[in-house]
Design a protein around this ligand. Structure first.
Ligand code: SF4
Length: 210
């Protein structure tokens, strides 16, 4: 039987109360959007290493939009899929200038207009940048693994798992659940191996080996 999500989240909040925010380093919402846009298929350390230099050189969406694409490729070359990400970033910056006056929009439909922005990226921007969680839950690879092992979803894709989680997780936890599952996924419930003996959910989880 699947334990109540209240109980699961309560345990995770006790254990990972210092992990409630993204580890992508940023000083404002422009930097947040850029960092999150660059993050798919990379770990946070990889992104932070690249953005440390990138943010010294590019301050506004105008800077990204007017950048020479080859220079941008070079500046992002420490990332997986950097060429695609560079093209998305340049194009998204143009749209942000033309349609949103150079500001980061604060609704899901508007964010989804930007190339390279899917629901996960948009949810992170809304949660971290605007404290808005009403649109949903950011589901990354850690969330996928943890949700499946906890029996909260049988689905395989992030968008379908988000739908399942939204039904099961009370809305007041939508902002934190993603970062809690990421913390658990990095700590004890990794995709490769589960360390159930030291997991705070070992007595609640249907996949526990204890
Ligand atoms: S008990 Fe094991 S399978 Fe379940 S969440 Fe913890 S580490 Fe993952």
């Amino acid at each position: 039987m699947v334990a109540s999500t209240e109980l699961i989240i309560g345990r995770l909040l006790d254990k990972y109360n210092d992990k409630l925010h993204t580890e992508l380093i940023h000083k404002n919402n422009t930097e947040l959007l850029v960092a999150v846009l660059l993050s798919p298929r990379c770990n946070d350390n990889q992104v932070n290493k690249v953005t440390k230099e990138l943010f010294k050189k590019y301050k506004t969406f105008d800077d990204y939009s007017s950048a020479n694409i080859k220079s941008l490729y070079k500046d992002l070359s420490g990332l997986n899929y950097y060429k695609t990400k560079a093209r998305h970033l340049k194009k998204a910056s143009g749209i942000l200038i033309e349609k949103f006056n150079g500001n980061v929009p604060r609704t899901m439909p508007e964010l989804l207009e930007l190339p390279g922005v899917g629901r996960k990226v948009a949810n992170v921007i809304l949660n971290e940048g605007f404290n808005i969680a009403k649109y949903g839950i950011a589901v990354d690879t850690h969330c996928i693994v943890v949700s499946q092992r906890l029996g909260l979803s049988k689905n395989k894709t992030a968008d379908k798992i988000e739908v399942d989680l939204k039904k099961k997780v009370p809305e007041r936890y939508w902002k934190v659940v993603s970062n809690l599952f990421i913390a658990l996924g990095r700590d004890t419930c990794t995709a490769r191996e589960k360390f159930c003996e030291r997991c705070v959910l070992k007595d609640l989880c249907p996949s526990s080996e204890i």
